[in-house]
Design a protein around this ligand. Sequence first.
Ligand SMILES: *Cc1c(COP(=O)(O)O)cnc(C)c1O
Length: 434
Amino acid sequence: MTDPAGTGTSSSTSPTYAATLDAADPLAAFRSEFVGAESSLVYFDGNSLGRPLAVTGERLRAFVDEAWGGRLIRGWDEGWYDLPLRLGDEIARVCLGAAPGQTTVGDSTTVLLYKLVRAAVDARPGRDEIVIDSDNFPTDRYIVEGIAAERGLTVRWIPVEHDSGVDVEQVREAVGDRTAVVVLSQVAYRSGHLADVEAITPVVQDAGALVVWDLCHSVGSVPVELDRWGVDLAVGCTYKYLNGGPGSPAFAYVAQRHLDGSAGPALRQPIQGWMGHADPFLMGPGYQPSGGIRRFISGTPAVVGMLAMQDMLDLVDRAGMDAVRAKSRDLTSYAVDLADAWLAEHGVTVASPRDPDLRGGHVTLRHDRMREVTAALWERDVIPDYRDPGGLRIGLSPLSTSYAEVHAGMAAVRDVLAGGGASRAAQEHILSGP
Ligand SMILES: *Cc1c(COP(=O)(O)O)cnc(C)c1O
C-alpha cells in the first residue's frame, strides 16, 4: 500500500504506522460496536464467522421477551411469515445491487445451491453438462456431482490452481450448446481471487446456459451488481461478512425474468413444501408454486436465525458498500505488505492475487508449517484459519478489524514462525468452520 495515510513514512512495519492508518480510517468508529472489540484478541476469521454486534444481544433478548414470549403465534401474521422476503429485499438493496422481489432468505447455502442448480438444469432440457471449477468450495462441487448423477448429466471441470481463480477465457472454452448451467464463486474461498462476474455472466448466457454465482465470500465485503450484470441466479451465506451467527440461513437471488415467465417458463425448485405454495393456508391437494420469489421457499423459515444479520445489515448500510470495499482493499494490502516485510524471509509466499482489484476480502499465506502455526496462534488468541495445502487464511472484516489488529496478528505469525510451535493437542483442534 503506498502511503494511504499520507504520512510520508516508509516504515510500514512500525506500530505507529498502524495507529496512523487507524486514525485516518473513516470506518474506524464502527469497530467499537462489536462484542469483544476492546480485548487484545486478534480476529482474522470474520470471513468464516463474523463477530456479533453488541446490539444483537439486546435484539435477541427483546425477541424472547416481546415478539416470541408476548405475541406468540400471532408473530406469524405480524411479520415472521414475510421475514424471508423482507430480509431478502434488504440484503438485495444493501449488498447485492438487486431490486426487491428477487431475493429470499432460508435454508443453508448448500440446500439453496441444490434448489437453484436443479431449477436451472430443469429449465434447460436436452442440455447435459454442468460446468464448475475444480477449486470451488466443496459443497458446490458435491451438490453439482449429486445433481449430475441424479439427472444423468456430466460435470465439466474448469481446472483452477489453488492460488488463483476462474477467468473469462476459461469459461468461454468450457461452455457450449451442451451446457445447462455454470456454477462459480465470485470470491474463491481458498485464494481470495475475485472473478469478473460482469464479464463471465454474458459468456455463459451467450452459450444459452444459466449461471449460478456463489457469493458466500463476497456479500458484505465486495460490492455486487446482480441486476446490472444481468446475473441469473445467486446464493450466499449470512454468517460470514453479514455476521448472522453460526448457521444463520443463506439467501437466494432469482432474476425477475426467471420468476415472471418473461424469459421462458418460470423456474421451479425441487423441494416442494407448503410455504412455497401459491396458497399455503388453503392446505389443499396438489402443489401449486407461489408466484414470485416465494416459490423458492420450502418450509417454515428460521426466524430466530434471521435476527442477528439485521443488525449487521444496518451497519453495512450506514457505512456503504463502497467504503467497506475501499477499507477491505487497504486492509488486505497492508497484510500483504507485512507478509513481504516479515514472513518472506521465513519462506512464506502469498497465495492470493497481489493486485487488490483481483482480490476479495482475505489473503492466504502459504508455508509447509501453517497448520502447526495456526494452532500456535490460536493458543495466543490470534485467530486465522487453516486451509490445505499449507494455507493460513487471513480474513479481514472491514467494519470490525483495525489496522492495529492486523499489525499485532501478523507480528504473532512472524514470532511463531521464528520460534515456538504449538502443542500436538492444540494442532489436533484445528478444524475450523466453513
Ligand atoms: C462458506 C461457504 C459455503 C457454506 O455452505 P453452508 O451450506 O453454509 O455450509 C458454501 N459455498 C461457499 C463458496 C462458501 O464459502
